[in-house]
Design a binder for this molecule. Sequence first.
Ligand SMILES: [Mg+2]
Length: 430
Amino acid sequence: MTITAVDVLDVRFPTSSGLDGSDAMNPDPDYSAAYVVLHADDGHEGHGFTFTIGRGNDICCAAIETLSEHVIGTDVTDPYDLGELYRALTHDSQIRWLGPEKGVMHLAAAGLINAAWDLVARRAGLPLWKYLSGLDPDQIVDSVDWRYLTDALTPGEALDILRAAEDGKAERVAEIEQRGYPAYTTSPGWLGYDDEKVVRLARQAVADGYTQIKLKVGADLEDDRRRFAAARAAVGPGVRIAVDANQRWDVNQAVAWVSALSEFDPWWIEEPTSPDDILGHAEIRRRLAPIKVATGEHVHNRVMFKQLLQAGSIDFLQLDAARVAGVNENLAILLLAKKFGVPVCPHAGGVGLCELVCHLSMFDYTSVSGTMDDRVIEYVDHLHEHFTAPAVIKNGRYAAPTAPGFSAEMKRESLLQFAYPHGPEWRNRA
Ligand SMILES: [Mg+2]
């Protein structure tokens, strides 16, 4: 199966108008996708995207166009081909200067690689999580770029992890299909919401079956204390409340601020400081224990995750489906997390990230970690209506996707309506 054409679309949703998604560093996001459609010579399509929060989405689209020369004419029949595609997209000798393996070019690679996995899984007639679960351990290992990882995890060790998980895999696949995978919700906690809305949505979350919610913090300490107290009173002591500072603080400030919230029993502090500060996260974790530290949505590649794990910087690893270069790199990250014994609790929300990451966590359960203990996938109840196979939550858990592919496809009418800047939604605002 050879890719013959690549379509790239700039799609943006005007979410800033309702303060949905507002946090201490991102007060007015317009959730956006640099959206990719791959066309194959056998008539199949692969859909994928990378996520941005508005301005700059056009830059990602331009980067995808630039990388498309590595995709057109490429054979993508099996996972080995997808490993080769990953290497072609991330190791172009001239483009590599713009990264390497970080920033806009890496986001662009994510869009293309996610679309290629969607294509391969659709052709197999399976949802991606199940397609991955059915691959041989060798095929998973072959799709990963092992460069820069082998001091922490060798391909041989990864094979051992995957082979050990063959035991009981069929039962775990059946369990995922029956019971899904645990979720938590960030919907109550956006910084732009007033106290009444936080309390109402926190109560609703518990009524809906969630055992964990998340609040945004970091703009004003007294506001955070008041909101956290109200949310804690609303949900009671038995529900986990994580807090998320979206990189707002320096190290010492993070320790002081979270200490001032400790009476309300925060489960984890997410992105307390710069996502690049591996030693800073380790210091915060040491000084705030037993409050846990989580990060990952802005961690730009597998090498950074390797170091966060080696340095003992995190209690929870929050991989993102489209921040690193797509499925291949996330397979490496799942294997690293297993080696270091750190639970993966993916970042989601935005537009389409819930749809994507649940496939990765479900594969982690069937084929890598084999456990759901202390593992939850973020869920945010926005923009799912634009997808042909939207994420489904039942009683606080993600239902297993059943449609073939990676659940990345947006409805045609949504792609037209929200096309930027000439779709009706944006034209009417101008
Ligand atoms: Mg976050």
